[in-house]
Design a protein around this ligand. Structure first.
Ligand code: NAD
Length: 250
């Protein structure tokens, strides 16, 4: 590959070259941290990543430290949601909402719902929601966390709440995962946007969609395909530019 021109020769420049935004094609998008990058939320790893600047934080957020790490969970995940609300959805989120694309997201920032997308399958849960730490109580609902305010108690039992997302050391909700698998199996195009396709089990959705007959397309700023590349097509560019252009072409 020419180092001065990192775009592989086979990569189309426009998403509309391979995926029509015609409202007829059944499109499912799998999104990751990259679609929220321009909202200033950053990634976990890599330059400027949450764990890069504070390597002990990943361990401290593990489920094994519940309930002692609940204040830290709110600080990190409640803080991420507060920053997402302040920034609002990116052009990439808005483009997927305009196209009526079914969303499977690994993100926990709530920005697809803020953009108006439905349905949104949140495989890792959401920092916009909260649930009672005591499973016998079972309360869950919208998070009332506010930066700088005391962590809100459970409105049903008065005990502590926790962000309603999948912590390190916890399993995915089997019903949510089943919904993601079904969506991947029932689409014409499976469109990954801003994900390294590294994190399991979300990365398994690409071969699931491919085996079911979907065209698998990857939108990413990185021109390096993942190992054992499961995609048929790569479109290189930012989520905002590629998806906005796609809507404009449609
Ligand atoms: P990742 O950090 O592993 O990968 C991000 C990918 O996005 C990379 O491949 C990168 O090249 C690409 N990217 C970066 N900027 C981009 C842009 N502007 N346009 C297009 N692509 C861009 O993220 P992941 O695959 O989502 O997996 C990591 C886990 O961390 C997931 O669970 C993820 O949801 C979670 N996470 C979520 C948030 C959030 O909710 N906003 C933030 C950080 C991490």
């Amino acid at each position: 590959m020419d180092p001065m021109n990192p775009t592989p020769p086979s990569a189309p420049t426009r998403l509309s070259d391979v995926v029509p935004a015609d409202g007829q094609t059944r499109i499912v998008a799998l999104t990751g941290a990259g679609i929220s990058a321009s909202a200033g939320l950053g990634t976990f790893r890599g330059p400027g990543g949450l764990w890069t600047g504070n390597p002990d934080l990943e361990e401290a957020l593990h489920a094994r430290y519940l309930p002692g790490n609940v204040p830290l969970l709110w600080q990190v995940w409640g803080g991420l949601r507060a920053r997402a609300q302040a920034a609002g959805p990116t052009p990439g989120h808005r483009a997927l909402a305009v196209c009526g694309t079914t969303i499977i997201t690994q993100n926990v920032d709530g920005l697809h719902q803020d953009a108006g997308s439905a349905p949104v399958i949140e495989v890792h849960g959401s920092a916009a929601r909260s649930r009672c730490l005591d499973r016998r109580c079972g309360w869950h609902g919208q998070s009332a966390y506010a930066v700088g305010a005391p962590d809100p108690p459970c409105p049903r039992c008065g005990g502590p709440q926790r962000p309603d997302l999948v912590l390190f050391g916890e399993s995915l909700d089997p019903l949510v995962w089943a919904a993601a698998e079904t969506a991947a199996q029932c689409c014409d195009v499976f469109l990954a946007v801003g994900t390294s396709a590294f994190v399991t089990p979300a990365k398994w959705l690409v071969p699931i969609a491919r085996d079911a007959g979907a065209l698998c397309v990857n939108v990413n700023i990185d021109d390096m395909p993942p190992p054992a590349d499961p995609f048929h097509v790569h479109v290189i560019g930012t989520a905002d530019s590629v998806l906005s252009q796609w809507v404009a072409d449609g």
